[in-house]
Design a protein around this ligand. Sequence first.
Ligand code: ADP
Ligand code: 5GP
Length: 205
Amino acid sequence: MNWPKTLSKPEQVRQTALGRLIVISGPSGAGKSTVVRRLLQKCPLPLELSVSATTRHPRPGEVDGREYQFLTPERFAQLRSEGAFLECKEVFGLGRWYGTLRQPVASGLKAGNWVILEIDVEGALEVMRCDLDPITLFIHPGDRQELERRLRTRKTETDAQIAARLATADAEYEALPYYQHLVINDQVERAVDEICTILKQYQDG
Ligand code: ADP
Ligand code: 5GP
């Protein structure tokens, strides 16, 4: 692969990193965004959420550059061909791309921040192979009925999209053994406290 001059290879990122990389995955609807939002408020570590790029459309209330960088498929493809992504995937097979931009992650780590990637399982497995020594957590919703209930309550997807997300979830559970930590998001505050306690174990080491 041709790496752009302005961006760093994973091993260069790791060598200059002062912070830690954290990968959080789990099925869509498990509560990752809810938990991460609260974690950022509550956990006294220098956490920073990586803003992914996506070709999906913004949901009501989502702001470009805050929840995601919303890109056209053409711009996304261009960045992909330039090697600008640490990882990127077509999630749920519905033609929507999501990706982690290499440059903001590198500068966050260099600044000493603990950079959180909230990404799907396929992307996470790619990052695990990247020699960036991530701390990896899998957020579990409890059971399938609860996952479906949460997706329906959120009211952000059509029935077809919910079906695609539930089908993907079944496959995602199979990747559980690759994660260092499993956290059941039965109650948001409890799950957040558990994640914060896990992360603190990595301080000074
Ligand atoms: P994800 O980011 O994993 O797709 P969200 O954070 O959007 O999931 O959560 C999906 C829905 O479930 C949201 O409506 C959210 O308010 C709700 N939710 C999140 N965590 C819990 C929980 N522990 N108990 C009940 N509902 C939850
Ligand atoms: P949503 O459309 O609900 O915001 O996200 C859908 C799925 O895409 C979630 O499972 C989320 O974790 C995943 N996702 C978000 N950003 C990225 C990313 O940068 N890379 C990958 N591989 N998955 C992502």
